[in-house]
Design a protein around this ligand. Sequence first.
Ligand code: MN
Length: 277
Amino acid sequence: MRILIANDDGIYSPGLAALAEVASRFGEVRIVAPDVEQSSMGHAITHSRPLAYRRTPQLRKFDAHRVNGTPADCVALGVFLWKDVDVVLSGINLGPNIGNGIWHSGTLAAAKQAALLGLRGIALSTPTGQSEPDFAALAPWVERVLELLLPEASLRLVNVNFPPNPKGMCWTRVSVRQYDGRVATMADPQGREVYWLTVRPIEETERGTDRWALQRDHVSITPLELDLTDHDALARVSERVRLDEPVLAEPPRATADVPVSEAAAEEEEAESEASAG
Ligand code: MN
């Protein structure tokens, strides 16, 4: 099994080394990770400048490469350079990725990028306190999770969060009822107001959610999907408000903002030349 490992904390994160160590018991590991921290970058990709990668021998046991890009870039590039990747693991993030945090998470984005490319993606995160997480203590739990998830080929995208001292593991859903983001106001050295986007702790949680599991010292395992369509709302509104039906006979047109590949453009050119001649 070929396992590509990425993260959003950067290639020198201890969480990435800990994950690579455990993952290497399950298959061939290659690391492609950002050269600097990219936390909360979400699913950004770099499109206005080129990407490059450098071999990173500091992660001695592993074939590791750092990229001047985002977590999603790393997966796109890693999958392009290393053929036949089976699964992408992202993490272990220093900080939880639960509830609405998954919208901002670069860790999740790396796993999502794998799913977009038709591969499997698993994101792994753990909270940090005053000190760094005890990755040696977590290692047996990481191994249990990989033992459980790697054979489950039907799970295409999974979000895993480890509490500091796990007592068990459970399947969960995303807790989205409360948003934990907030804006804190403070003064800069000149006394001018500046703002810091941060989070507030959420105490009450719904049973069965990722946050609920972590608060109860259980590893939270949430299967996710890429389809953001609200299928219930779609069914309701399309029944109530009839809109137009595209004519089926017409060939589908390419969406304007999707770049036409060079090959397709050349083909078109050749066709129009042929018809002109
Ligand atoms: Mn991070």
